[in-house]
Write a protein that binds this ligand. Structure first.
Ligand SMILES: Cc1cc2nc3c(=O)[nH]c(=O)nc-3n(C[C@H](O)[C@H](O)[C@H](O)COP(=O)(O)OP(=O)(O)OC[C@H]3O[C@@H](n4cnc5c(N)ncnc54)[C@H](O)[C@@H]3O)c2cc1C
Length: 404
């Protein structure tokens, strides 16, 4: 046993030639249509609609979505490669793609056939956008601590509550919303489980009572800022319940098991971009009559940056491979990849600034923006502290069959 895995074969990463062909095609689109516009996106804090139209035309929104729902097929690995290439240029654009999966995965994994047929194809074609509203003022990491309520009245539910930090909310056509169908005190009393009694719903944008509130002004990911979503007696049909009633906690945390591979891929894209920038600069900048790349301290930095970058990439592809193979152990791997890759990206981006000296902290250079974006990746879709909890809890459960 290769503790906690069973065999060295569990560490295989399988990538077909098609994936590399796809990656090159994505790179070309990104270099021609996205990268030249990064300054405009930073300045306006908005992604131009032509970029979304181009992505829809290229079928990028359908990557990882089954063909029967108008997607392009492929799994976590293909999605990770797309995300990495997009984040290498404009990380917030990768978030815009990621939120569609935060909406789609709960439906694809737990939804009814009717829900899949109704909500997934427009998302896959890039004609509609989804968002995922779970976080609240009183509960982020503690998913079971949410207080938004959903009351069943005949053939519908009435949802009231407030969600914050919801990415993509402003342009979303559909929302995944978590709410308590049983108060937490009652869940503890009746089932002895805090997490029980949560349910998940699809709420359509134009449903009366749903309002988009304030926009948060976060330090990075300019172009994709999160919003407050207010639900005031929002009436949704009972058929919009996703997964079993009161079991919605599993729907939410299972979704993050998958989507955090995408966050790791965002981080790999950020790390790749900043590492490349540092190497290019160190090759051309001269100081004390030598190129920077000839100084031992710069060589040490570049070597360490590169070690972390490739380790992050391998963990991310490995987690995606395990997820695509349907292996339960992908949960540990995706947490390892998310925590490691996001911390690596933050560190690599910081070193890249240092290698650039003064112009590294000048916004026009375009390196500093990646550091702000990298910090955000350490927080959403489960903070890195929560990833560490998941890693050890899963490991103990997997190997010793114990719950901690
Ligand atoms: C830019 C951005 C976009 C976002 N987009 C979305 C979105 O689309 N949808 C959505 O629902 N949410 C979204 N979020 C919310 C995000 O998922 C939460 O911010 C995150 O899960 C942390 O929750 P919190 O902010 O409430 O922090 P808290 O849970 O209050 O945590 C505060 C600190 O305590 C630590 N902590 C908490 N519990 C533990 C514990 N048990 N052990 C050790 N440490 C712990 C945390 O790691 C953190 O360091 C977004 C956030 C940001 C910043």
């Amino acid at each position: 046993m290769v503790f906690p895995f069973n065999s060295v074969q569990d560490f295989q990463i399988k990538i077909d030639e098609d994936v590399e062909i796809f990656r090159r095609a994505v790179r070309e689109v990104i270099e021609n249509k996205v990268l030249p516009r990064w300054q405009e996106i930073e300045k306006n804090n908005e992604i131009p609609k032509e970029i979304f139209e181009e992505f829809a035309q290229q079928g990028f929104f359908g990557v990882g979505i089954p063909e029967e729902y108008d997607g392009q097929g492929g799994g976590q690995l293909l999605q990770a490669v797309l995300t990495e290439e997009v984040a290498r240029a404009v990380p917030s654009l990768a978030v815009a793609i990621g939120v569609n999966h935060l909406f789609g995965i709960p439906i694809l994994k737990f939804g009814t056939e009717e829900q899949k047929k109704k909500y997934i194809p427009p998302i896959a074609r890039g004609e509609a956008f989804g968002a995922h509203a779970n976080t609240e003022p009183g509960a982020g990491s503690d998913v079971a601590g949410i207080s938004t309520k959903a009351k069943k009245v005949n053939d519908h539910y009435v949802i009231t509550g407030r969600k914050i930090f919801i990415s993509g909310a402003e342009k979303a056509d559909y929302f995944i919303v978590s709410a308590r169908t049983v108060p937490i005190e009652q869940a503890i009393k009746e089932k002895g489980k805090r997490w029980w009694g949560i349910s998940v719903f699809v709420v359509e944008r134009d449903t009366p009572g749903l309002k988009i509130g304030q926009r948060f002004n976060v330090i990075g990911m300019r172009g994709e800022q999160p919003y407050e979503v207010i639900l005031d007696e929002v009436k949704v049909p009972a058929e919009n319940l996703v997964g079993p009633e009161n079991e919605g906690f599993k729907v939410i945390v299972t979704t993050y098991d998958y989507t955090r591979i995408g966050i790791a891929a965002q981080a790999v894209g950020i790390a790749q971009a900043t590492f490349e920038a540092a190497v290019n600069y160190a090759l051309q900048r001269e100081a004390f009559g030598k190129r920077l790349i000839e100084f031992e301290m710069i060589i040490d930095k570049l070597a360490n940056m590169y070690m972390k970058l490739e380790a992050a990439r391998l963990l991310t592809y490995w987690a995606a491979t395990l997820a695509d193979a349907g292996r339960r152990e992908f949960i540990i791997a995706s947490s390892l990849a998310k925590a490691f890759a996001t911390e690596a990206a933050e560190w690599i981006a910081r070193q890249a600034i240092q290698v650039h000296g003064g112009i590294g902290v000048d916004e026009e250079t375009g390196v500093a923006r990646y550091l702000r974006d990298a910090i955000i990746t350490t927080i959403y879709e489960g903070t890195n502290e929560i990833q560490r909890l998941t890693i050890v809890r899963q490991l103990v459960r997997q190997v010793f069959g114990m719950k901690i």
